[in-house]
Design a protein around this ligand. Structure first.
Ligand code: G3P
Ligand code: CA
Length: 242
């Protein structure tokens, strides 16, 4: 069965990378969530996509210049006029705590900016271990040095390279860095590549798959999983394939 990961939570309907979006993803029946992490000024790991808070909150400036306390005052749901409740930027701890209440898988994407370069990996792993989530977490990044470093620190935690180019035999590269899975942009993941990778024992989870026809293609070929903003749509379509 092709698993469904909710990209930044159920972000098609709810404010991305918030507890609300993660809870709604769980309610939708998704198998997992995807989220992005980075460091605050005082080294708290927080869940937010951009280097800056401007696009997703009512604040402005770089995440790395905020203390966690100050960052928590921002509202990550301010653009959603129908959502009246303020949604703060979650700490990773908060998400890992909540994951104790369910069986969801969690794909943590390391957003390695210059400041956090090679700094975030060890504390991230310490947290995953503290919450006993090594079996349910997949660490991914476009920065492959970062995930290889994670693997060296914690070979028990799965890593997966993110990429968006039409690589030649990407499963061979994936195996070479000891990753068990690869996360291509769905546009560079034709059926032949996905099938060959799975044949070679590599799990394939393309991102960000939002159109019905693209979802259908991946269900049809039995892709391992995919990452989508709209888990409700994906689950509805998956039912036809079971
Ligand atoms: O993990 C897949 C996807 O989230 C990577 O791109 O920019 O949405 O973080 P982005
Ligand atoms: Ca991401």
């Amino acid at each position: 069965m092709t698993l469904i990961f909710a990209h930044r939570g159920y972000s098609a309907k709810y404010p991305e990378n918030t507890m609300r979006a993660f809870r709604e993803a769980e309610k939708s029946g998704a198998d997992g969530i995807e989220l992005d992490v980075q460091f605050t000024k005082d080294d708290e790991i927080v869940v937010i996509h951009d280097d800056k808070v401007d696009r997703t909150t009512n604040g402005s400036g770089l995440v790395k210049d905020y203390t966690f306390e100050d960052l928590r005052r921002l509202d990550a749901s301010y653009k959603f006029k129908t959502i009246l409740k303020k949604e703060p930027i979650p700490s990773l701890k908060e998400v890992l705590e909540w994951l104790q209440t369910n069986q969801l898988k969690c794909n943590i994407e390391i957003k390695s900016n210059i400041e956090s370069y090679m700094k975030i990996e060890a504390p991230l792993i310490a947290l995953i271990r503290e919450y006993n989530l090594s079996e349910r977490v997949i660490i991914s990044s476009f920065n492959h040095y970062s995930i290889v470093y994670c693997y060296r620190l914690a070979p028990e935690i799965e890593i997966a390279p993110l990429y968006q180019e039409g690589l030649f035999m990407p499963w061979v590269y994936t195996q070479s860095i000891k990753a068990k899975g690869m996360h291509p942009n769905f546009r560079v993941a034709p059926n032949e590549i996905i099938k060959a990778a799975i044949e070679a024992g590599i799990e394939v989870r393309p991102y960000t798959v939002n159109k019905e026809q693209d979802m259908r293609r991946l269900f049809e070929i039995g892709c391992t999983a995919f990452i989508t903003d709209d888990p409700v749509k994906a689950i509805k379509i998956r039912k036809e394939f079971r």
